[in-house]
Design a protein around this ligand. Structure first.
Ligand SMILES: *Cc1c(COP(=O)(O)O)cnc(C)c1O
Length: 355
């Protein structure tokens, strides 16, 4: 049976990126060796890394003065590396979910954290607004897409201080005005590749301002200087990211993928709002285009398990909501075809008729 992959992360990737990765594992560039068996300091791999950086730069239209880094350690390492490199005394954070809370916890190790807004009062179902960003903080940190709760910041904020964004789960899902950010980071495994590589886009002039001593590996300047090759980078994940970005460019880039993501999300949200059995959990103006969260309507609460079983029987995978939200979460990342969303909508309609 055909599978419809709604996994939240690691998640669906373009088929062509997986096929090309499989080929490179068997014989890379006709070298008679696997990409797994060669030095990262060969011309063949350096070309892969260069192309990945070039594609990122082109797709996001990244201005001069920024560097694109491919690092290990996941977005979770960035929770600490950001304050370590950028926070002298104080930083501001927006508390929009579990990942934001984890980032705040790490920042508190290095200085004072001001939480400017929080949606904890309503289980993170909305993006806080109406706060003022103080001018005396070293940076303001936001999580653009809240993977667990299905909320998203859809615009690029004007910010009087350095703006830092965790874009792990909406990386390259829409055009971004990179010039409005000082630093953007994200683990690849939600929207742009497999687990194992973290992408950091950093404006170089924000670095070197803190007085603390930075260990070599945890200093962004090391990785800028060495072109992400200070130590052995995650070779295979970088290759797959490069293939995924090639696919994205091929279908028309971030403007086109944004249109496709809007169409997919509209299809599913419209059904959630129409179907009497289901209800969306995020507030409408905060709804994510990447992670669509919904639960059974109250009077059908006991039908949740039955719907999950029914959907599984139709090939739906990864629909279980995060344990902190319950219900269902359909992750509709870049590589998910609209046909899969339509299959889920059909499922919901059939289930409604049966009940
Ligand atoms: C998954 C996720 C993370 C954690 O990423 P790791 O690479 O596993 O450390 C951080 N932030 C957001 C928004 C995420 O979705």
């Amino acid at each position: 049976m055909e599978k419809h992959n709604f996994n939240a992360g690691p998640a669906i990737l373009p088929r062509i990126a997986i096929e090309n990765t499989a080929k490179a594992i068997l014989d890379f560039n006709g070298l008679g060796m696997s990409i797994l068996e060669i030095s990262h300091r060969t011309k063949d791999f350096e070309a892969v890394l260069d192309e990945a950086v070039a594609l990122f730069t082109e797709l996001y239209n990244i201005p001069a003065g920024y560097k694109v880094l491919f690092l290990g350690g996941g977005a979770s390492t960035q929770f600490a590396m950001v304050p370590f490199n950028l926070m002298e005394k104080k930083a501001a954070y927006l508390e929009t979910g579990v990942w934001a809370k984890k980032a705040i916890k790490e920042a508190k190790l290095f200085g004072e954290v001001q939480v400017l807004g929080s949606s904890a009062d309503k289980n993170f179902t909305y993006i806080p607004k109406g706060y003022t960003i103080p001018k005396d903080v070293d940076y303001f940190h936001i999580t653009t897409n809240n993977t667990i709760y299905g909320t998203e910041i859809h615009t690029d904020y004007d910010c009087p201080v350095n703006l830092v964004a965790d874009m792990s789960s909406d990386f390259l899902s829409r055009p971004v005005d990179v010039s409005k950010y000082a630093l953007i980071y994200g683990g690849a495994q939600k929207n742009i590749g497999p687990a194992g590589v973290t992408v950091v886009i950093v404006r170089e002039d924000i670095l070197g301002k803190v007085t603390r001593i930075l260990p070599t590996m945890l200093d962004y300047r090391t990785h800028i200087k060495e072109g992400s090759m200070f130590n052995t980078p995650p070779v295979l994940p970088i290759f797959t990211v490069k293939e995924t970005l090639k696919w994205l460019k091929g279908i028309g880039g971030v403007k086109k993928i944004q249109e496709m993501n809007i169409a997919k999300a509209a299809l599913l949200y419209n059904e959630i709002d129409r179907n009497k059995m289901f209800v969306g959990t995020a507030e409408k103006d905060s709804r994510s285009l990447m992670n669509i969260c919904f639960v059974m309507n109250e009077q059908y609460a006991e039908k949740g398990d039955a719907f999950m079983e029914f959907a599984k029987g139709k090939g739906m995978v990864g629909l279980k909501g995060h344990r902190l939200v319950g219900g269902f979460r359909a992750s509709t990342y870049n590589a998910l075809p609209i046909e899969s969303v339509q299959a889920l909508v059909n499922c919901m309609q059939e289930f409604e008729k049966m009940n």
